[in-house]
Design a protein around this ligand. Structure first.
Ligand code: CO
Length: 172
């Protein structure tokens, strides 16, 4: 039977490997940065609605025909009538319809709805939001937030305007 000798001297070297370095650990912990309490994000603050400005003019044109938004994003649509023609002849509004609504059908029906700001009672359930009818120099705004993706048509429902004054709000 063979007796194996442990290399005692080697063990001693290993055990003493940490000797003489007492100051290393305390120095490291003291240098650790203090917890950054101020780093707590201020993300709780609600984001302000994104403003989408649209002008309408005497040539029956919206300055914006396409709007894109994210699902759940709040957007504030500000309509400004920058024309000079009288309101009775060239009024403008901005009417947002539910996805799948037909703006041509709506616009045609709106023509005789002067008493209700050109929002026809029979198709009122298709309307998500709308501004007032604006005369020259006037502005009005509406805020919308759509919770479903889709293509939402918008138009000016003043008589005869829907053919030219229309667009799409795309929510993704
Ligand atoms: Co118009």
């Amino acid at each position: 039977m063979k007796i194996r000798f442990l290399p005692v001297s080697l063990f001693s070297v290993l055990l003493c490997a940490g000797c003489g370095k007492k100051d290393a650990a305390p120095a490291a912990s003291a240098a650790a940065p203090a917890p950054a309490a101020s780093a707590a994000p201020a993300a709780a603050a609600p984001a302000a609605a994104r403003v989408v400005e649209i002008t309408a003019n005497d040539q029956m044109k919206f300055s914006v025909a396409t709007i894109e938004a994210k699902v759940g994003e709040e957007i504030k649509v500000v309509l400004k009538n920058v024309g000079s023609a009288p309101k009775v002849a060239m009024g403008h509004n901005w009417v947002l319809l539910k996805a799948g609504s037909d703006p041509v059908t709506f616009g045609a029906a709106a023509g005789t709805a002067a008493a209700t700001e050109y929002i026809p009672a029979a198709l009122k359930d298709q309307v998500i939001a709308h501004t007032r009818v604006l005369g020259p120099g006037e502005s009005h705004e509406v805020t919308v937030r759509l919770s479903a993706a889709g293509e939402y048509p918008f138009l000016c429902s003043f008589p005869g305007h829907f053919a030219l004054m229309k667009g799409t709000l795309t929510v993704k």
